[in-house]
Design a protein around this ligand. Sequence first.
Ligand code: ACO
Length: 331
Amino acid sequence: MAFIDKIKERAKADKKTIVLPESMDKRTYEAAEKILKEGIANLIIIGTPEEIEKNGKGFDISGATIVDPYNDPNKQKYIDKFVELRGKKGVTPEVAKEQMEKDYMYYACLMCKCGDADGAVSGACHSTGNTIRPALQLLKTKPGISSVSGFFLMEVPDCEFGENGLFVFADCAVNTDFDSNKLAEIAGLSAESFKMLVGAEPKVAMLSYSSMGSAKHDDVTKVADAVKIAHEKFPELKLDGELQLDAALVPSVGEAKAPGSSVAGHANTLVFPSLEAGNIGYKLVQRLAKAGAYGPVLQGLSMPVNDLSRGCFADDIVGVVAITAVQAQQA
Ligand code: ACO
């Protein structure tokens, strides 16, 4: 069974409520119809009757709960919560109301925060920054986590590497500024994400253009230091580095460049040294190897909120909703 079909089955086994704020995009309705028909999640769609009528025409979304952000009996509760959370940042009831009406992602995150939804998915017609900023501001990180990062679950066809072609790639989406501590934290979160979604033991490679000291540069030291920190923080985790990509994936190269490593040649969780590397890396594999790329899935947030690519298809939304529901089951 394909990875995403297994995730859908898991989502169906304990249905969660996911909120979709992009009522201005037709793909939301196409996806919603499929999600409801397959029983993957309960859905809330945020939109005015006009938006729903105009964009949802022809799709059966009768099983979804529609929340009109201008006429919602719960709206005052969300305004109060927004002010409670962001009053110190200057958010007054008027600002909260305006922000929630202007940007439904704020509304969606407040629904999650107040316990009326288990997670949210957006980004089919909003940039990554605009999708995740409300979640960072309102939902915040899990206790003990300093920053949210974004991974892709990559499913590479006909691939003998990783876990039969399944990988986690991180951080491909969020942090523009990495230090060794942040890299170590991303490694720990990525390992958890791999275990949760794939169900196999994570083997984490901390990637670089150097393998085990073969090159000297501050960028290499940053990754080597992250490896030391990660070993201290997660002593039980199979993690190694710094490793070049071929040493991480290919057993013969791993043996030559990092003899004795339990990860080199067998890695299934790839931690990139910068956002450029991670973002370019996942797109290379997606386009050239025709890999499935599910995400960016956010890790480290207190509740599951996930982004979509603006080039996504309705089926991608279905997949990310299923992943979000499975994350919510673990919360
Ligand atoms: N983890 C947790 N909290 C964070 C993080 C993080 N990684 N980054 C920012 N925050 C918090 C801040 O502490 C701040 O909290 P506060 O308002 O309570 O003080 C809040 O989020 C807003 O932070 P800002 O720095 O003001 O927000 P900004 O919008 O400038 O930056 C963002 C956040 C959007 C994540 C930014 O880092 C960004 O744009 N990243 C790159 C996104 C991107 O373009 N990715 C590539 C494309 S994705 C793709 O190709 C699929």
